[in-house]
Design a protein around this ligand. Structure first.
Ligand code: ACO
Length: 324
């Protein structure tokens, strides 16, 4: 029987055109550029236009990832899309993206693990490819969190932005792939902490969409310890040492979280990819957007080892090591 691994063929990111700066937010709520920059690192974020949906952003990112890999929609037989802000309660946003890309074969579905969603989606697709069940997958993280933010709540509205990122994974024989591919994925969750970070609405509870609620300083402490745990576990499972990681592309919820994690684990600051300054927290999209920018800047090439880790509502947390 063939032994397969999942190899990255392409990455792409897409941000909506409209930009909301810290100064703009200072007009809307009692906040300041100084507070937001010092506490989070964020300077601006992108916000979807009226009528611009999660699937629009996702399809745009997917097209860029396919283009980067020299592939077309017909090459894809699996779409796994991570989002907490789907276009509709159903059908899955992945199927809407499938239709927008003109794909009529294979399977498409969503996964929901909020900020950890992209790593969960990566793990899901990787398992299907490793079993030989599908050949090429689009793994997408896409969000329009602007639609579930309470824009009068300064403790949350300054943190989030909209965007999407996508990665094409291809099944390859182990013998051909060599040391390339997804080397490890570590997934965790613990539902005891729901009340620290949640949306206060849903079809089965309030029949409304609801708004995001968060006890930020409590979440912050969990984020630092659990992202650190994910990093250690993913690196161990990959049979690597942290020094062998070329780039750390973490979830972007707060620049101080990632700086603390890097310091705690001895990852040099110049190996950590930050883009929260420009995009805020795009939730499931932060990691693939970070990967796509790093790829465009030439940081990621064949033989590069990348570590990603995330933490989000649930709580969920996750880490992954990939060799490009
Ligand atoms: N502007 C000005 N003041 C503010 C703002 C703001 N935008 N927001 C909060 N404050 C005030 C608070 O009211 C508080 O005032 P007080 O001392 O008078 O009560 C003060 O600033 C300090 O508040 P803290 O919440 O303790 O501030 P902290 O330094 O912890 O920063 C933040 C808050 C940025 C939210 C931080 O805690 C954080 O990043 N938390 C983690 C977020 C995260 O990782 N989320 C997980 C992923 S998201 C997901 O899964 C959907």
């Amino acid at each position: 029987m063939n032994e397969y691994v999942s190899v990255v063929r392409g990455v792409g990111g897409h941000l909506p055109a409209r930009v909301l700066t810290n100064a703009d937010l200072g007009v809307m709520v009692d906040t300041s550029d100084q507070w937001i920059t010092e506490r989070t690192g964020i300077r601006k974020r992108h916000i979807a236009a009226d009528g611009e949906t999660t699937s629009d952003l996702a399809a745009a990112a997917a097209r860029k990832a396919l283009h980067a890999g020299g592939l077309g929609p017909d090459d894809i037989d699996l779409i796994v899309l991570a989002t907490a802000t789907p276009d509709y309660t159903f059908p899955a946003t992945a199927t809407i993206v499938q239709n927008k890309l003109g794909i009529t074969r294979g399977a498409a579905f969503d996964v929901q693990a909020v900020c950890s969603g992209f790593v969960y989606a990566l793990a899901t697709a990787d398992n299907f490819l490793a079993r030989g069940q599908f050949e090429r997958a689009l793994v997408i993280g896409a969000e329009t969190f602007s639609r579930i933010i309470d824009w009068s709540d300064r403790t949350t509205c300054v943190l989030f932005g909209d965007g999407a990122g996508a990665l094409v994974l291809e099944r390859q024989d182990k013998a051909i792939a060599g040391d390339r591919g997804v080397k490890s994925v570590h997934l965790r969750s613990d539902g005891r902490y729901k009340d620290m970070l949640y949306v206060d609405g849903g079809p089965s509870t309030t029949q409304t969409v609801g708004h995001l609620k968060m006890i930020g300083n409590q979440v912050f402490k969990h984020a630092v310890s659990k992202i650190s745990e994910s990093v250690r576990a993913a690196v161990d499972q990959a049979g690597r040492h942290i020094d062998e990681v070329d780039w750390f592309v973490p979830h972007q919820a707060n620049m101080r979280i990632n700086q603390m994690v890097a310091h705690k684990l001895g990852v040099p600051e110049d190996k950590v990819v930050h883009n929260i300054q420009r995009y805020g927290n795009t939730t499931a999209a932060t990691i693939p957007i970070g990967l796509s920018e790093s790829f465009a800047e030439g940081k990621l090439c064949e033989g590069t080892t990348v570590l990603s880790a995330a933490f989000g509502s649930g709580f969920t947390w996750a880490g992954a090591v990939m060799r490009f």
